[in-house]
Structure formats: C-alpha cells, structure tokens
Design a protein around this ligand. Structure first.
Ligand SMILES: *Cc1c(COP(=O)(O)O)cnc(C)c1O
Length: 382
C-alpha cells in the first residue's frame, strides 16, 4: 500500500471548530467580540490565573507585554539563544538589547546557572522559553528576578498545559506568560496568542495597546453594532493593532476542550519513541520529575557519527517530515551583525543544534504512524 506523507506538525481541527466559525460568520460579528472574551475567560480558568488578553500572535503578546513593562532604549533583556527568532526580535523592536544565554545540555532549556553573570545595571528582565513543552528551572529564575529586581515574562509558545511543581504554566509568579496558538502549536487558532497575568493593570494596558491605545475600545466597537456602549473614544497612547478576532477565538474555544487529550496523546507518543529508540545511541531531552511536559516537540540528538542531512533526506524518502528547531539565534546573520556574536559563543546550544532532528509528535498522526517513524529512524541509523 502506498503511504501518504506524514507531515511534521499538522493541525487537528474538528467539526465543532468548523461549526463555531460558521456561527461567527453568520452572526454578523466577525472581529473581536463575545468569543474572544469567552476564550480569554476559558484560558484563565484552565491556567488558574485571573487575567488574560488575546492577541494576534505570541510575537505581539510578547512585544506588547515588554512595551507595557516599559522596556526601551538602553535596556537589556536576557533570552536563550536556543529559541525561535521572535523571542529576541521583540526585545530589539522595543529598542532594547537581547542578551543571549546558553542551554542546559540535558534539558535543552536555558541554563539558569549562567544567568547571574549576564545581569548588568541595564538588565530589565528575563524571558525564559519552555522549549518543546519542557519547562525552565523557574524557581531559580524567580530567585534571580527577586534578588535583582527584574521582571520575568515567560515565552510559553510551546507550553500550554505544561506543569511545574504541579502548577500549570501561566499560573506561576511571573509578571506575565505568553502563549502561541499558531497553526503548528499544541492548541491552534490558525494565528493567535494570549498574555496571562495576575496583574490586572498590566493586562488592561496590553489590551489597550492591542487596539490603537484607545481606552475601552472593545466596548466602543460594540456600540456600533448593538444598543450597548458609548460613541466617545479617547486615544490615550500611541498603540498598535494586534487584537484576536472572533473567527480565531471560535477555533480556540473548542481546541482548549481537547487540549488535555491532545497533550496526553503527545506524552504517549514520546514514550513510544523513547522505548523504541533507547540503546540506538540517540540522545533525548531530559524532563525532570517536577515537570510535566506538553511535548510540543520531540527532539532527538543523532549519534555523533551519523550524517544529519542524509538522515533527514532518507526519512523524507520514507515519507516522514522532520524539522530542526531551532538553529540558535547567535548563529543567524542578523544577530551576528547586531550583537557581534559568533559561532563558538554558546557551545552547549551548538552541540544540541548540530545533532538535532525534531520528529513528528502531533496527536492527529495515528499511533501506527508513530511506530512506523520510530522503526524508520532505526533503519536509517543502520
Ligand atoms: C512559535 C513561537 C513563537 C511565536 O509565536 P507566533 O504566535 O507565531 O507569533 C514565539 N516563541 C517560540 C519559542 C515559538 O516557538
């Protein structure tokens, strides 16, 4: 039988999501409205945190949070080098400087033992990134933040549903946590993001910034279509346009109901991979016992004698899509120009990257295919 290509990270959109989008389209309310508010409320309940604001993306969530915290020219913000570009881009867009930190070779998370040396009088905060759904050693981040009076904003793009010491990511003591609902993430609204926080003032400010800096802009919009609200508007600050629409929230409301099921399937698949690939010389990401990973990614480190490009193309011939997430930021030309960083600066991240392949772990992939992928990896290594 001819096998279909197994793509790296397909979305899992069901009939309920589709019906909800159609409902929005027919309701006459297609932009930020009741479904965005409901999705925000549902995320607050899920994460056990009082306040949330939905955004266009995780990138805009992170950017507007830094803006709301007053990050600007002359400031420094500590970020891992082993992350997606937007974690550092948002710091640059604020006019501030990202300061890279190397990775822990076992957990692949930012190496918290290397942070204190990087803290200067200009340091305003830290953005820990929960790579792959695994979690950064947050107790150490919080004690550094407290000692030096700096903020913590979690980039939890991979970590909706992850837990640290029995608490959901989003409910820890950070200033704010940002999620991504991009097409490939554990919960998808096609494009989308969310900031959650225990700080109402911060969330109200981010909400204003998503809507041009106009106060109560959501209510003003409603006044155009419903008997509620007031026509008066005041532009209180020079804001942005980064709101989520009800069409996206319609997807999110139903995706969230399936998230725990999605994540437990991911955990099951991670065990299949580990059980099948143990003893082959492949290295795995270590998840500590006080962490529950959302398994957004399943990274494997190939044995040193294996040619990665050859391995990836042989898997492609076997109809298996893979990815390499991430090429550390200090190796990218834009950051080399901007920060004068170069190869060799962050050796642990480079060692992970050089042998790294991410294999499919989406819950929409059948279990048989996961077994087939694991068996194929073994064959390719021979
Ligand atoms: C996907 C991702 C983002 C950006 O999310 P968007 O919603 O696409 O803006 C940020 N950080 C990390 C680590 C990511 O993987």
């Amino acid at each position: 039988m001819e096998r279909n290509f197994i793509s790296f990270s397909p979305p899992d959109i069901g009939e309920k999501e589709i019906a909800e989008v159609i409902h929005s389209l027919k309701s006459g309310w297609i932009t930020t409205g009741p479904k965005v508010s409901l999705f925000e409320k549902n995320i607050c309940e899920y994460c056990d945190i009082p306040y949330a604001v939905a955004t266009f993306s995780c990138t805009s969530a992170l950017f507007l949070t830094l803006k709301a915290l007053g990050v600007g020219s002359g400031d420094e913000v500590i970020v891992p080098t082993f992350t997606f570009a937007s974690t550092a881009h948002v710091v640059v867009h604020c006019g501030a400087t990202p300061v890279f930190v190397d990775s822990d070779p076992d957990t692949f998370q930012m190496d918290t033992s290397k942070i204190e040396d990087l803290i200067s009088p200009r340091t305003r905060g830290i953005i820990p990134v929960h790579y792959g759904g695994n979690v950064v050693e947050m107790d150490e981040i919080f004690s550094l933040a407290k000692k030096h009076g700096i903020f913590v904003v979690e980039d939890a793009a991979h970590a909706i549903g992850s837990e640290y010491n029995g608490r959901k990511i989003g409910s820890l003591q950070s200033d704010a946590t940002c999620f991504s609902f991009y097409a490939t993430k554990n919960l998808s609204t096609a494009e989308g993001g969310m900031v959650v926080s225990g700080n109402k003032t911060l969330i109200d400010l981010v909400k204003k910034l998503t809507m041009y800096g106009i106060s109560d802009s959501r209510e003003i919009w409603q006044s155009r279509y419903t008997p509620k609200g007031n026509w008066f508007s005041d532009v209180e600050m020079i804001g942005y346009k980064a709101n989520m629409t009800d069409l996206n929230a319609a997807l999110g409301i139903h995706q969230l109901q399936k998230l725990d099921q999605f994540n437990s399937t991911r955990a099951k698949y991670s065990l299949i991979y580990k059980n099948k690939l143990i003893g082959t010389g492949i290295g795995f990401m270590d998840v500590k016992s006080h962490v529950r990973s959302a398994w957004h990614l399943f990274p494997i480190l190939l044995p040193a004698n294996v040619d990665r490009d050859k391995c990836i193309s042989e898997l492609k011939e076997k109809k298996i899509g893979t990815s390499v997430l991430f090429r550390p930021l200090h190796l990218h030309s834009a950051y080399q120009k901007l920060l004068k960083c170069r190869q060799g600066d962050f050796p642990a991240s480079e060692r992970i990257f050089e042998r790294l392949v991410n294999v499919p772990i989406s819950p929409s992939i059948p279990e048989d295919d996961i077994n087939y992928i694991a068996d194929s990896i073994k064959k390719v290594l021979l």
